[in-house]
Design a protein around this ligand. Structure first.
Ligand SMILES: Nc1ncnc2c1ncn2[C@@H]1O[C@H](COP(=O)(O)OP(=O)(O)OP(=O)(O)O)[C@@H](O)[C@H]1O
Length: 578
């Protein structure tokens, strides 16, 4: 049952209809052969019992029966075929959507540990294997067993000695496949790892192609990629090379059964304990069951490999999603209470406590790597703290429904991601049902209306993947327009570190001023001059808050903030973390 769960990505009921239809088609497929045996019996009767005449009426009926059963076989095969493919593709589409939805609900901590290539391969490659499993393998395998099983029962009634000799080697074939299950799984897993590794290397190669070109790394980088392709080739050859002989031996056992039956049949016939007609019936049916049995055995080996792909999907689907069903409280003040957190073993934030009242403007400053972005990620609940609590409106964020929490929070990060869609739709991500007027008014407030109107199709201009066709400043302003449209009471903002031209910088500052009005705002400030008027500035150093206060208070402390401020003035360099 577990195997069937795996091959259907946790939905074994998807197999019911394909298997039923295929079994029905296989049952109907037996009728012409039974009638064929009867036709041969009628014809042979005239030779074995001299003096009897050929029963032509019955023979015609048998011929008619064969014709009708072939038509019925065709009629039953059509729905079987349709059921197999339709259900396979719709089960895979549902499974892919389920997995994508599940990935969204998993913590980023978990996702960070998985290679993106691995997940992409699972989404496309593994589900394709399942499509093949549901449409071809399982129905054909189970359908192929029906005929030999019925033949075993029928032939045993006819002559148990002959039936025994025909099927004697079958258990050996099955045992051989079962005994090598572990080897098959190991080879399958190694092959799959090599496939994922090659996909990861290729993705890395594509993502880094501009760096590779810029630094002329093609030799070294390509060698890594080429190695992964060669490894995949080696594992493929190993898989086929070791599994092939096992399957061929299993098939040889079935062939041996047929030969053995012929020998036993001849022996019994010559000894007079087997009549010719029974022997002929065994010969016809014996050769007929060889094909489905071969399909079933080859299919089983293939099934084990496909099932492993399904197992990976089922395991990922069972990965616990972020818990919490509490709805956010009415208040929008945010508080860190003795929070300690690390992505891995090493804590990145240690015992951090900070209160950010509703409607206040808080700036987080500090050297690069001090934990500023991590604080924002904890507020958005991308991760849960290891110790301590982050609260919003007095409620612990880790007990809240993550989606309800994100309704309350707008985020503007440095690495703005725009989807391959129109500008209007990229802004609409802030509010799915926004009208064109609302989109334009948000774009005006975010100072992007003018540059959008200069684009060839205005708001309907298509943006390249990741926003590749826009400048950094333009992308940032579009993401601010998204946030303005979302109109969430809490704003998390990571100021751009990349140096922008003065015009862009002034425009972005105007856009940010619009966004933050009347909201609880937490800003990571790289240019201290932009947060001189913040309600409070928290200075982080090595994961701890070392100073808090307003600009003048912090300057008078003459501590880290004063040093950072002084350094920015001395060097005229406004970025402190790059
Ligand atoms: N996903 C991650 N996995 C593991 N470690 C991480 C991850 N993200 C950040 N870190 C580490 O956590 C520490 C704090 O990172 P964080 O991004 O919060 O610093 P920051 O103050 O925002 O730095 P910057 O100003 O350079 O953006 C750094 O040492 C960083 O290497």
């Amino acid at each position: 049952m577990n195997m069937l769960r795996n091959i259907t990505a946790g939905n074994p009921r998807a197999l019911i209809r394909p298997v039923l239809y295929t079994t029905l088609a296989n049952l109907i497929g037996i009728v012409p052969f039974v009638l064929l045996v009867e036709a041969i019996r009628l014809i042979f009767q005239t030779f074995t019992n001299p003096g009897t005449t050929l029963d032509t009426t019955r023979l015609w009926w048998v011929c008619g029966g064969i014709a009708v059963s072939l038509v019925l076989l065709y009629i039953s095969e059509v729905p079987a075929y349709r059921a197999q493919y339709r259900i396979a593709y719709s089960a895979a589409a549902d499974g892919r959507a389920r997995l994508a939805e599940h990935l969204r609900k998993l913590s980023l901590g978990f996702l960070n540990k998985r290679d993106p290539g691995d997940l992409a391969n699972m989404m496309m490659g593994d589900f394709t294997l399942l499509e093949h499993g549901i449409s071809h393998l399982v129905p054909q395998m189970l359908g192929a067993i029906v005929m030999p099983l019925l033949a075993l029962v029928g032939l045993s009634v006819l002559d148990w000695r002959m039936a025994l000799s025909l099927f004697a080697a079958l258990p050996v074939a099955i045992l051989l496949l079962l005994l090598t299950t572990r080897l098959q799984r190991r080879l399958g897993a190694q092959h799959m790892r090599a496939k994922i590794d090659a996909a990861n290397r290729f993705q890395e190669y594509l993502n880094g192609i501009h760096v590779i070109k810029a630094y002329n790394l093609s030799g070294e980088r390509f060698a890594r990629l080429e190695f992964s392709f060669k490894e995949l080739m080696r594992q493929s050859i190993r898989l086929e090379g070791l599994l092939g002989p096992i399957v061929l031996t299993a098939i040889a056992c079935i062939r041996a059964g047929l030969t053995f039956m012929v020998i036993v049949g001849v022996h019994l016939l010559l000894g007079g304990s087997l009549d010719l007609m029974t022997f002929v019936a065994f010969l016809i049916i014996g050769t007929r069951i060889f094909e489905p049995l071969t399909i079933a055995l080859v299919g089983y080996a293939e099934f084990r490999y496909h099932e492993q792909a399904g197992e990976r999907i089922v395991q990922l689907l069972q990965e616990p999603v972020m818990q919490g069903d509490r709805q956010p409280a009415a208040g929008h003040d945010i508080e860190f209470r003795e929070v300690t957190f690390g992505y891995l073993e090493q804590p990145v934030l240690q015992n951090v406590s900070l209160s950010m009242p509703t409607g206040s403007f808080t700036a987080l400053v500090g050297p690069s790597g001090s934990g500023k972005s991590t604080m924002l990620r904890l507020i958005a609940r991308f991760y849960d703290p290891n110790q301590g609590t982050v609260t919003m409106g007095g409620e612990a964020i880790h007990a809240m429904d993550p989606e309800a929490l994100l309704q309350k929070v707008s985020m503007v990060f440095q690495d703005v991601y725009l989807f391959q869609d129109t500008i209007a739709n990229n802004i609409r991500f802030g509010k799915a049902d926004a009208t064109r007027e609302e989109i334009e008014s948000a774009a005006r407030l975010a100072c992007c209306h003018d540059f959008i109107m200069k684009l060839p199709d205005g708001y309907d201009t298509l943006v390249g993947e990741g926003g590749s066709t826009l400048s950094g400043g333009e992308k940032q302003r579009i993401s601010i327009a998204r946030a303005i449209l979302k109109d969430a009471p809490v704003v998390l903002l990571d100021e751009a570190t990349a140096s922008l031209d003065p015009e862009n910088e002034a425009e972005i500052q105007k856009a940010i001023d619009q966004l933050v009005q009347g909201r609880t705002v937490i800003v990571i400030a790289h240019r201290l001059k932009t947060v001189r008027h913040a309600d409070q500035i928290a200075v982080l150093d090595q994961g701890q808050i070392v100073e808090t206060g307003r600009h003048e208070e912090l300057l008078s402390l003459n501590g880290l903030y004063a040093r950072l401020w002084g350094r920015q003035h001395e060097t005229g360099e406004w970025s402190i973390s790059s």
